[in-house]
Design a protein. Structure first.
Length: 465
């Protein structure tokens, strides 16, 4: 019954399943350091966390990397999933590339075997090749050869290679003010320098073999033969661009494109930080994490109730502290309130920190691991992939808890209640129940014995055995 309740509560979270459901249960290579340089071939998946990550060899598997600067000079035969300030691809990637950050640059020899998903300030693939489709959102794109179709939301797009499929561009104000790179990253950061493009769509000896569908504030003239298929134009009034998602009121800067990608960047940053925390828990306190996840799985309703009760107790504690504070003011008049104020301060700070940490961090990791585990085992019941359980669950939890109101209040609150309750139940001392006897022994009368009376009988039984 508890499992059914959990499934019903988490049904909305299954919207983005499939991310890594087909991943094999390989052992994985975890690397964490300030500067990571991979000079030797690795036949395994690699998870790298550092300020600088440089791949000079062959990774026969997937690469998941988080850091400031990531440079791929070697080869990755599988997927690359990365979140960093900058990513430079100078070698072949065998499968998909998913990247979020400031800038993505393809060097000479850089290629992706299948699709590319990008979100950030700028992408420059003029010296590389994408052998699948390109899905992206950013301020500007300079495109090289793309074997598939291209779907972009951007301020400026320059086609410098051949797009073999169709192209769909959602552009801003043509000829308007270019987006300032400083709005995406601090000026002191060590970031690649991109040529600033004028908003709109231009062709630099490039072409589109399929159809072009674009939306902009006005029509754009293209070179003769730049588009082999049909051209479909949709006019967008200045200042009426519709960005579905969060409410951008109060976002820094007047440009809604910047506000949107700041929101996306916030999601990526939140995901990366919680993922690092979750991986640290899996490495440092695996037993506690596993016990808490199992508690939530086996005692769903109890976890929710205990979580609710914990927050209620916290509110009552705040009321009690407020009353004691008022009482302390009276003591302070006669010079006796110093220690009371100190104790109240420590109690308030400690309880608030503990509940905030548990509800905002531990709870997210616990719910994510359980959700990812349920999804992966639904596909393959024999699969045991702790890391990918965390990744799958955290991707879903991160995006759904970012939905305005529904996610930021309701779903986030549910995650906190379930997680806090599971932690309290796991840490709460429980009485060990004696095993229930069955058969003839269960019908014997119960004899109350003191330890001194029972000890000789135990020894006798052991000796007789």
């Amino acid at each position: 019954m508890q499992r059914k309740i959990l499934v019903l509560l988490l049904v909305p979270l299954v919207a983005v399943v499939g991310l890594v459901a087909a991943q094999p249960a390989y052992a994985s290579e975890f690397i964490s350091d300030e500067v990571i340089t991979i000079d030797s071939d690795i036949v395994d998946d690699v998870y790298a966390f550092g300020d600088t990550v440089v791949v000079n060899a062959v990774i026969d598997g997937d690469l998941l990397a988080f850091g400031g600067t990531i440079i791929i000079n070697g080869e990755v035969t599988g997927d690359v999933i990365a979140a960093a300030q900058s990513l430079e691809v100078n070698g072949p990637i065998g499968d998909d590339l998913r990247y979020g950050g400031y800038g993505l640059v393809f060097g000479d020899g850089g290629s992706v075997g299948d699709d590319v998903n990008f979100g950030g300030y700028a992408l420059d693939s003029r010296d590389g090749r994408i052998n699948g489709d390109l899905f992206g959102g950013g301020a500007q794109f300079q495109l090289g050869d793309v074997a598939g179709s291209v779907f972009l939301g951007a301020g400026a797009v320059e086609v410098a290679g051949e797009i073999a499929g169709d192209a769909n561009f959602q552009l801003g104000e043509v000829g308007g003010q270019a987006v300032n790179p400083a709005q995406f990253a601090p000026p002191e950061a060590n970031l690649p320098v991109f040529e600033t493009l004028t908003p709109g769509l231009t062709f630099d000896e490039g072409s589109i073999a399929g159809n072009l569908d674009y939306a902009a504030t006005r029509q754009i003239e293209f070179p003769q033969g730049a588009v082999a298929g049909s051209v479909d134009f949709s006019q967008v009034e200045t200042g009426t661009e519709d960005f579905t998602g969060p409410d951008f009121e109060g976002a820094p800067g007047p440009n809604p494109v910047v506000a949107f990608f700041r929101w996306v960047g916030g999601l990526i940053g939140s995901f990366a930080i919680v993922l690092l925390f979750g991986v640290a828990m899996q490495q440092i306190t695996p037993n506690f994490l596993e016990n808490t996840v199992e508690t939530l799985r086996e005692r769903v309703a109890a976890s929710f109730g205990v979580g609710l009760a914990t927050y209620a107790v916290y509110i009552l504690l705040l009321i009690m502290l407020a009353i004691l504070f008022i009482f302390g003011i009276g003591l302070a008049i006669v010079g006796a309130g110093g220690r009371l104020f100190g104790a109240l301060s420590y109690l308030f700070t400690g309880s608030t920190w503990a509940l905030t940490f548990t509800g905002s961090w531990l709870a997210v990791v616990i719910v994510s691991v359980l959700l990812g585990r349920l999804i992966i085992r639904a596909v393959n019941n024999e699969a045991r992939m702790p890391f990918w359980s965390l990744v799958v669950g955290l991707v879903i939890v991160t995006f759904l808890t970012a939905i305005p109101f529904l996610g930021t209040f309701f779903l986030s609150g549910l995650v906190a209640l379930f997680g806090v309750g599971a932690v309290v139940l796991t840490l709460w001392p429980s009485k060990q129940q004696a095993p229930v006897e069955t058969g003839p022994a269960a019908d014997r009368p119960v004899v109350n014995e003191t330890p001194s009376e029972s000890e000789p009988r135990i020894n006798e039984a052991l000796g007789a055995g």
